[in-house]
Design a protein around this ligand. Structure first.
Ligand SMILES: *Cc1c(COP(=O)(O)O)cnc(C)c1O
Length: 388
């Protein structure tokens, strides 16, 4: 089976984990601190803005808590969002308000956002679909103008940049995921960016037991101190990564440029290999000044053939999927919105396999089988249309 997503892990990551074992220190320590600094350098920000956490979802929950969002607050987000983003809002007693997306980019636009902002809007939360930054600058400007904090769920955008700035650092808050299906993986892991270093300090407490200063051997103590005494400043959770995660993350971060370069090569091959096929629409071109992580390669399949193409590919060893099922259609959120762009995207979009472990033969197989599937499904559609 050719997987739709797949991490790349090997000898280098194993060697890093072996070092952690040999050190005798598995918990959050020097390797976690080092990873945070390296990730800060990668983003082009100071490490004091970053808090390492055990998932992107946890980073989003923490952000909602930092903003004091609760009952009677609304947070506007695209309906095509990751479920954890909406859960973070709903769990705080606030209401996620879903806005529409462009059916081709699957990102919200500034117009979709403007239609949903009102006096109860306490934050805007967006993602960068498939790693494409979207109208980030325009949306950030609108949020600034209205005094609404912008939260970037940058889980798809670990290496994406818009006009020279890393996605996730343009809004007031940003969150990344290093879970098992991302490009840079640790098993589970995440990072939170706060524009205000004070917010990052509070987030560090909220995600580490509320401790004011961490105690233990990592801190210099004098023999006259009672180093076991603690002080807490809030009732925090414990949602850190550990040094095993961080050691894997540091290796993955060094390899990230190669991962993204290979993904880009595959996307370019898809672009030529799938060009000119009636019934299949490719993702729009990246605007000048934007770069992508190439997290998804998605196609729009028109004429009602998407599910049939997915089945055809599955039967030939090619696994595909659609991300993310529109949240306004999830019963628990109780939304009665009609969002034609998101609904159309959910009917037409298919994410084809894209990961740096794909060799050329796999890429060619996906192209050949996709072309064959689209032709077969369109032919079948024509025949059944003649029958009725
Ligand atoms: C994967 C993903 C997340 C969740 O990340 P976790 O680390 O698994 O919590 C959030 N948002 C988007 C857009 C994602 O793709």
């Amino acid at each position: 089976m050719i997987n739709v997503f797949q991490p790349t892990l090997g000898e280098q990551e194993l060697a890093a984990v072996t070092d952690v074992f040999a050190s005798g220190w598995l918990g959050r320590g020097a390797r976690t601190t080092a990873f945070v600094q390296e990730f800060a350098d990668h983003l082009g920000v100071a490490a004091e803005h970053l808090v390492p956490v055990n998932s992107c979802t946890e980073a989003l929950f923490t952000t909602i808590e930092l903003l004091g969002i609760g009952a009677s607050d609304e947070v506007v987000m695209p309906s095509i969002s990751f479920v954890g983003a909406a859960n973070a809002v709903a769990a705080a007693g606030a209401r996620p308000v879903f806005c529409d997306v462009d059916p081709h980019t699957l990102n919200l636009t500034v117009d979709h956002l403007a239609a949903k902002i009102n006096s109860r809007t306490s934050a805007v939360m967006l993602l960068h679909y498939g790693g494409y930054p979207g109208q980030l600058a325009e949306i950030a400007a609108l949020c600034d103008e209205r005094g609404i904090p912008l939260i970037e769920d940058a889980a798809c955008a670990v290496a994406s940049r818009a006009d020279g700035r890393a996605c996730g650092t343009v809004g007031a808050f940003g969150a990344w995921s290093f879970d098992a299906m991302k490009i840079l993986v640790m098993g589970d892991g995440g990072m939170l960016y706060c524009r205000e270093p004070n917010q990052a300090r509070r987030a560090a407490q909220l995600t580490y037991l509320g401790l004011g200063k961490t105690s233990g051997i990592s801190q210099a103590v004098t023999s006259t101190q009672r180093w076991w005494e603690i002080d807490i400043e809030c009732f925090g959770r414990r949602s850190s990564i550990n040094d095993i995660d961080a050691a894997i993350g540091s290796v993955q971060l060094r390899r990230l440029p190669q991962f993204v370069a290979r993904r880009r090569e595959i996307v370019e091959r898809y672009e030529t290999g799938l060009a000119g096929l009636e019934g299949l629409r490719q993702p729009p071109a990246l605007p000048a000044g934007h770069t992508s992580s190439y997290y998804f390669y998605w196609v729009g399949l028109t004429g009602g053939i998407r599910d049939e193409v997915a089945r055809h590919l599955y039967e030939r060893g090619i696994y595909t999927t659609f991300r993310y099922h529109p949240l306004h259609l999830v019963a628990a959120y109780g939304s009665d919105a009609r969002l034609p762009g998101a609904e159309r995207a959910a009917e037409e979009t298919l994410c084809l396999p894209l990961h740096q472990g794909m060799d050329d033969a796999m890429v060619e197989k996906v192209i050949d089988e996709t072309r064959a599937a689209v032709l077969a499904c369109r032919e079948a559609g024509r025949l059944s249309a003649q029958e009725v």
